[in-house]
Design a protein around this ligand. Structure first.
Ligand code: FES
Length: 270
């Protein structure tokens, strides 16, 4: 975990305001909390500020602190603790978060990072020359089974290869990013090539439905069989009657006392 500080004053905007639909969204968010508990809105509010401006500015932190009646340092603590909050300007179309944790590393995240360094910037958190991209290495993003993977804002792109990652950057640059998820054609986290177990479609109809489907319907049952069928005895009453009869006919079990065994010392007391 690296030290996380606010961006230099030179890049900080002078002020912050929520704009457009975010204005009403913020008021509705705060109203969800009981009086005196508005500080609980700090994380979603700061995330909304990041979605609006691309990163969390010092002015946004101060604005949120004032709005929620919090000390500025409290909001700053939250902003610097969670790595999801970006504290410096990022690429205008994509800030690429590359997972570098063990499963992704074993599956080729080093190659993804090399492409970031050559195509975006040698160092993380630096915006590319065209202003469109930036990158950083992050810890596990929770899609290890589809390693290696990257996250771009709220979307993840998985099962990457150098070729598919280059295509991903090209897609963002041209305004036509690929569909999020696995980039090798597999569905979710299914095995590559499709499912290999539990492939019987009957399994997915539900056990209850399967049993129902095996029963003849009323329409299929012959009318004569229905008419002659004896009325079923109430199950509980039948069981109680049988239990009472067994109790009366069964002799009480005698307790058989086991004879004492005598040992070499003449036998121990029981
Ligand atoms: S290790 Fe990369 S997503 Fe978990």
């Amino acid at each position: 975990m690296s030290v996380r500080r606010l961006a230099p004053d030179a890049v900080q905007p002078a002020s912050f305001e929520f704009r457009g639909e975010n204005v009403a969204w913020v008021e509705a968010l705060i109203a969800k909390y009981p009086p005196g508990k508005q500080a609980s809105a700090v994380i979603p509010m700061m995330m909304r500020a990041q979605e609006q401006d691309g990163w969390v500015t010092k002015a946004a932190i101060e604005w949120i602190a004032a709005k929620l009646g919090m000390a500025k340092i409290r909001v700053l603590e939250v902003a610097t603790f969670y790595t999801q909050f970006l504290l410096a300007p990022v690429g205008s179309v994509a800030h690429v978060q590359v997972c570098g944790t063990t499963p992704c590393m074993l599956r080729g995240s080093d190659e993804i990072l090399s492409i970031c360094k050559s195509r975006i910037h040698l160092d993380p958190f630096h915006v590319s020359d065209d202003g469109k991209f930036s990158w950083e290495e992050v810890e596990c993003l929770g899609a290890c089974v589809n390693a290696p993977m990257v996250a771009v804002f709220k979307d993840t792109y998985e099962d990457l290869t150098p070729d598919s990652f280059n295509a991903l950057l090209d897609g963002f640059a041209s305004g036509n990013p690929p569909k999020p998820g696995p980039q090798n054609g597999r569905h979710g986290a299914l095995p590559e090539g499709g499912a290999t177990t539990l492939t019987d479609p009957e399994l997915y109809k539900g056990a209850y439905l399967v049993n129902l489907l095996k029963q003849p319907t009323v329409a299929e049952t012959p009318a004569a069989a229905v008419a002659e069928a004896p009325a079923p005895a109430p199950v509980a009453a039948e069981a109680a009657t049988r239990a009472a009869a067994e109790t009366q006919t069964k002799p009480a079990a005698k307790r058989v006392r086991k004879p004492k065994e005598s040992g070499s010392d003449g036998g121990a007391a029981e």
